[in-house]
Design a protein around this ligand. Structure first.
Ligand SMILES: [Zn+2]
Length: 349
């Protein structure tokens, strides 16, 4: 895929390449506070100037009566996919459209909006961000551009705080780097509403119920049950044929989260942030994680080291059977075993 080249002119005498080389890309400049107003205005100019190209359309698929998904075939960001690495889910209600994770850049959000317009002409009336990883929320920008800054953007208090802070700017700049600036022009638009476990939202004919059961994929995950459709959006708490980033997560917490979800949000369809929606998503991910974590627990009990834990994990049929069709498996399994082993050690002592 060819990216459109920026115009050959310069910004106040500095070429785009030179700006990026100086680390003065949109990422660096966007974080500068309002006391630097002239510099901020300059940043805005740079932002507009180096805006990444449009993202190609992906036809949405209908999952249930009210819920649609724009499916992402990739699980990791690259220059070719322009950061399109996670699913975008939206709920069409009588009162308007509700976004459940709008995507990972302003360009991706604009694509989602074009696709929503093929399904309904209703306005977007709310956004939910499932957690603070940028592939799920950086597209908030496109929706406040289209529907105004009063548009409610809901997230768990931890997620809101992290997006306003370190995780927000980290993801903003990393997405630009991973995509070779394809997401440039995206602004950090943090959630403006806090939501938590047990909250219920009514949008016309649709009821959304929020589930949160502590640390799983991150400390601030919310899952959103679309009650009338017996469908639950699980964010990255569970994946399908992908292996989750567990750097901030917990295996034990994830198992507990699944138990509570199955009990309190019985669903015909689980909608993951990565991979396909189905009735089997929690089961698929639970078995993979059990294959990883239980072997690490046993290795710790036996006094075996991490390398031998890894051998046991790879030999486990629950893991081995999933290796071939799980995106990113080979490059990530070592890290996930390490994290599981460290967690098993912490639990043991
Ligand atoms: Zn995530």
């Amino acid at each position: 895929m060819r990216r459109s080249e920026p115009p050959p002119s310069t910004v106040r005498g500095l070429s785009r390449r030179r700006l990026l080389k100086l680390g003065l890309g949109a990422a660096a400049l966007a974080g500068i506070g309002s006391q630097w107003a002239p510099l901020s205005a300059f940043a805005k100019e740079v932002d507009d100037f180096i805006r990444g190209p449009a993202v190609p359309d992906i036809t949405p698929a209908r999952l249930s009566e009210h819920v649609w998904m724009i499916w992402s075939k990739d699980g990791f960001p690259t220059p070719e996919n322009q950061g399109m690495m996670s699913n975008i889910t939206f709920v069409v209600t009588r009162d308007g459209v509700v976004m459940l994770d709008p995507g990972g850049s302003v360009q991706i959000g604009e694509m989602a909006l074009r696709m929503i317009r093929t399904v309904t002409d209703k306005p977007v009336v709310a956004i939910f961000n499932s957690h603070y990883h940028g592939d799920h929320w950086l597209a908030n920008h496109a929706f406040v551009d289209a529907f105004g800054t009063d548009l409610p953007i809901h997230a768990h208090p931890v997620t809101k705080k992290e997006i306003e802070g370190v995780q927000g700017s980290l993801w903003h700049s990393m997405m630009e780097r991973w995509t070779n600036q394809a997401t440039a022009g995206t602004r950090i638009v943090a959630p403006n509403r806090e939501t938590n476990h047990g909250d219920v939202f009514r949008f016309g004919d649709v009821t959304l119920r929020i589930h949160h059961y502590g640390l799983a994929h991150t400390p601030g995950d919310i899952c959103i049950e679309v009650v009338e459709d017996q469908l639950t959006h699980v964010g990255d708490v569970a994946m399908d044929r992908r292996i989750a980033n567990m750097d901030d997560g917990s295996y034990v917490g994830t198992f507990r989260f699944y138990d509570e979800l199955e009990k309190n949000a019985p669903s015909r369809i689980w909608v993951p942030g990565h991979g396909h929606a189905s009735a089997e998503v929690l089961k698929w991910n639970r078995e993979l994680f059990e294959g990883i974590y239980q072997n690490c627990v046993r290795a710790v009990e036996d006094g075996a080291d991490m390398a031998s834990a890894r051998e046991r994990v790879l030999a486990d049929p629950r893991v081995a059977s999933r290796a071939a069709d799980t995106a990113g498996f080979a490059s990530n399994i070592g890290k996930y075993v390490s994290l599981a082993y460290l967690e098993a050690e912490r639990e043991a002592f």
